[in-house]
Design a protein around this ligand. Structure first.
Ligand code: GAR
Length: 197
């Protein structure tokens, strides 16, 4: 086991969870470093933010590299080149093929804005409002073959208020995501440290 872990972060959009992870690593709250930020979309805003942190960025454009398993094999090749110990999906809006899931089994985490197994997939916050649940939240889990499924590492609950809109609920859940994901990644590396021989 290395002194400090190596984390690859996968994004498709603005990358606010990526930023929360990077800040926690840089502040020493996680015994690991962000070694690459990768996106399937060249225009993902988070790529620019990662570059501002001085983190190497990579793009594997899913519109150019097809089909899905070929795209995922290319992503795996990049992550192996950077020798990542852990992959963090942070708003990476792609279904994963077995090559990704098998390569990083028990070494890939995802964050999702619901209390899984409720409301997997897109627009989780809207699903929660439409269903009428009184408690929403977010989940960090290990990734398995299914979308937004796999062993749960941590969850945080967020009350749904009477006047909540999708935007207001999403904002309060996101605040909790930014606390929960760094805690989960810190736990992952603490676990490796205490079980390493
Ligand atoms: C976050 O709310 C994350 O939980 C969600 O996408 C958003 C990305 O925001 N992920 C999923 O819905 C996964 N199924 P960010 O780019 O600002 O981190």
């Amino acid at each position: 086991m290395r002194e400090r872990g190596r984390v690859g972060i996968l994004i498709s959009g603005r990358g606010s969870n990526m930023v929360s992870l990077v800040e926690a690593m840089r502040a020493g709250r996680i015994a690991a470093d962000p070694v690459v930020v990768l996106s399937n979309l060249p225009a993902a805003e988070g790529l620019r933010r990662a570059a501002e942190f001085g983190i190497p960025t990579e793009v594997v454009d899913h519109k150019e590299v097809k089909p899905r398993r070929t795209h995922d094999a290319a992503v795996v090749a990049v992550l192996k080149r950077y020798e990542v110990d852990l992959v963090c999906l942070a708003g990476y809006m792609r279904l994963l093929s077995p090559v990704m899931v098998d390569t990083f089994r028990a070494r890939m985490l995802n964050i999702h804005p619901s209390l899984l197994p409720a409301f997997p997939g897109l627009d989780a916050q809207r699903q929660a409002l439409e269903y009428g649940v009184k408690v929403a939240g977010c989940t960090v889990h290990f990734v398995d073959e299914k979308c937004d499924r796999g062993p749960i590492l941590l969850q945080a609950a967020v009350p749904v208020l009477g006047d909540d809109t999708e935007a207001s609920l999403s904002r309060r859940i996101l605040e909790q995501e930014h606390v929960l994901y760094p805690q989960a990644v810190a736990l992952f590396f603490e676990g490796l440290r205490t079980t390493a021989v």
